[in-house]
Write a protein of this length. Structure first.
Lengths: 303, 329
């Protein structure tokens, strides 16, 4: 990323002025931004934000207002009453659900990024026997539908005594084929072999190469993988539904389901509940989103 | 890495052997350790994945295969072996093939536009834009939502009588479309949800890949007089090949497992049915319907295995297709 922006900036720097004019002209034409670029992006962003906005608006409406045509597109005045209904719902335990989801998603994210980058580095840059076969296994593992192993997986958890414990939803996803394959693809594109050879000549061992050379170069992809893993774990519904059946110890989405029989009738409360489950993620996303972009630029500079 | 060999004689050669050896014995141990490091650490680094994979994926997969060869009622203590007859029944099951058709139909009309749109948006974002952090955050925002939330929100947007989509359509003379009634309508509604959820994510992946393409390639192409659009198709797209392969495979796997959106779209007591005539019932919905509503654990196991094979075959085919298209360029 930074390669691009820095070299874009460099086009205007004095040392490049001696280049043939038509190169600069053609090159800058490729990267130029017109009002149309901004307009297209603006339309895309409005479309991508609108359903989230619609959800937040729904959370501020009275339930009767939801069933009107056209639907309300401006905030109503019922946010606090909807929220207090959601949080005071005794069978839902929304507060506990929020806390559990933060713990689960944080542990899984750290673990997935660490183990995936380690394995991705090994697959992209190290030589070892059986590598191709192992990579096929990793690709194959991504094609295994979660639904297939649901019942056997549940039986394992019962046997381990992990039912209704956070370990049941953390341990099976400590590392996955998706992360390993993504890091492998990125590492083979972004880490030059010469850099690794040079580090070896300097006497660095494999761990040192990973920690000081590869990991910094992988930071952009690690940020993307990290944020994606966090979202995915937070939003996982099917497996927690099976493994965390105790309403006293739910994840936040299980809390939503437990909001009661009014789940489908009181749509204002449903919207408020989905907002409660989505807004913390949205905030984390905005914070991490900035880090991602900084990380991408920094990582590309070092590579 | 510093090794004080003299302080640890137990690991080195004996004094006698040391004198007999060439004058640089520390090198020997060190090079041995280096060899061990080079040969052993790759296995150590990939081991965590394979441990988790064996315990929580491979074993359940095999166990499900065992279940699929039995007549097993959900909750029953005993079961009887029926060989492959569950698979034979599945082969003649119209409802199953209907769900396969729905799943592939929704997959095709969501994935192809989605990935093209993502390439296009990534190319727009890959410029010196003002406020680009905000632009990127805005584009990727939908990935924060869970499929459950998407199903609930779009259920309202696509509502027949009170939905915003139908309200907007009435301005152009289209009235009260029942988005759940037909295959065409329900598939497009579901494809919209999938596209809305994933386009931004794929855009970010393409963008990260585009950043690693060296700028000089574009400059020399410009020198040869290649126009921007030519450069996009002849340089950007081929150079992105590993990334494109990645997104195509991920979309295939996710698309063929589609469950959350259609299940919540067809809310109600028979939410696994996917509409009155199963017009948007996906394979996973059919699997859960057989498992929980009809308690046919063995038959559900067979569906799970066929779904797995379908995903496998489609992914390999897509991989070969994408690789071929790009290497032609």
């Amino acid at each position: 990323m930074a390669t691009l922006y820095t070299s874009h900036a460099r086009v205007d720097e004095p040392q490049h002025r001696e280049r043939p004019r038509r190169v600069r002209a053609a090159s800058s034409r490729l990267w130029q931004t017109s009002p149309l670029t901004y307009l297209t992006l603006l339309v895309a962003i409005v479309l991508s934000i609108f359903p989230l906005y619609f959800m937040l608006i729904g959370a501020t409406q009275d339930n009767d207002d939801i069933y009107k045509s056209p639907p309300a597109l401006l905030p109503g005045s019922h946010l606090m009453s909807n929220l207090s209904k959601v949080f005071s719902n005794e069978s839902a335990n929304v507060g506990k659900g929020l806390l559990n989801s933060v713990i689960i998603a944080s542990c899984v994210t750290l673990s997935v990024v660490f183990f995936s980058s380690l394995a991705g580095f090994a697959f992209a840059k190290l030589r070892f026997r059986g590598k191709s076969a192992m990579l096929l296994v990793i690709l194959g593992s991504m094609m295994i539908p979660v639904q297939i192993g649901l019942i056997p997986l549940y039986l394992i958890m019962v046997k381990l005594g992990w039912e209704n414990r956070l370990a049941a939803v953390i341990v099976p996803v400590l590392v996955n084929g998706f992360g390993v394959f993504m890091m492998r693809q990125y590492a083979s594109q972004a880490v030059p072999d010469e850099l690794i050879e040079a580090a070896r000549v300097d006497g660095s061992n494999t761990w040192g190469i990973y920690w000081h050379v590869v990991l910094p170069a992988l930071r952009p992809a690690a940020a993307v993988l990290g944020i994606f893993t966090f979202m995915q774990t937070w939003n996982d519904f099917l497996w927690p539904l099976v493994a965390m059946q105790d309403p006293a110890n739910p994840t936040v989405l299980i809390s939503l389901r437990n909001l009661g029989n009014g789940y489908y009738q009181d749509y204002a409360q449903v919207f408020a509940g989905t907002a409660v489950a989505t807004v913390p993620l949205l905030i984390v996303f905005i914070v991490l989103g900035r880090q991602i972009i900084g990380g991408i630029m920094e990582g590309a500079l070092k590579a | 890495m510093s090794l004080h060999l003299d302080a640890t004689p137990a690991h080195g050669p004996t004094d006698a052997a040391r004198q007999a050896l060439p004058p640089r014995p520390p090198r020997t141990l060190r090079s041995r350790l280096t060899a061990l490091d080079i040969k052993g650490s790759p296995y150590l680094y990939v081991a965590p994945f394979f441990i988790i994979f064996a315990l929580f994926m491979l074993y359940p997969l095999g166990y499900t295969l065992f279940v699929s060869t039995r007549n097993w009622q959900l909750g029953a203590q005993t079961s009887t072996s029926v060989g492959w007859s569950n698979y034979v029944e599945l082969y003649h099951d119209h409802d199953f093939w209907n769900s396969v058709g729905n799943t592939f139909g929704i997959f095709v009309i969501s994935t192809i536009p989605q990935l093209l749109m993502a390439l296009f948006l990534a190319n727009l974002l890959n410029r010196a834009l003002r406020g680009r952090t905000l632009l990127r955050i805005g584009i990727v925002a939908p990935i924060v939502t869970s499929t459950a939330v998407i199903g609930l929100v779009f259920n309202q947007l696509y509502s027949k009588d009170f939905g915003l989509i139908n309200y907007l359509l009435h301005f152009v003379g289209v009235h009260h479309i029942d988005w759940k009634a037909s295959k065409v309508a329900s598939w497009s509604a579901l494809a919209t949800m999938v596209n809305w959820h994933w386009t931004g994510y794929n855009t970010l992946i393409y963008l990260a890949g585009m950043q690693t393409i060296p700028k000089d390639i574009y400059e020399s192409a410009s020198l040869d007089g290649a126009r921007p659009i030519t450069q996009f198709w002849r340089i950007t797209v081929p150079m992105l090949r590993p990334t494109i392969v990645f997104t195509v495979i991920i979309s295939t796997i996710g698309g063929l497992q589609l469950f959350g959106e259609p299940a919540l779209f067809g809310s109600g007591s028979n939410y696994l049915g996917g509409g009155s005539l199963h017009q948007f019932q996906t394979v996973t919905m059919y699997l859960l319907q057989e498992m929980f509503n009809r308690s046919r654990l063995g038959y559900a196991g067979a569906i799970a295995w066929v779904l797995f094979l379908l995903i496998l075959i489609t992914s390999v085919l897509n991989f070969l297709i994408v690789r071929r298209i790009n290497s032609d360029k």
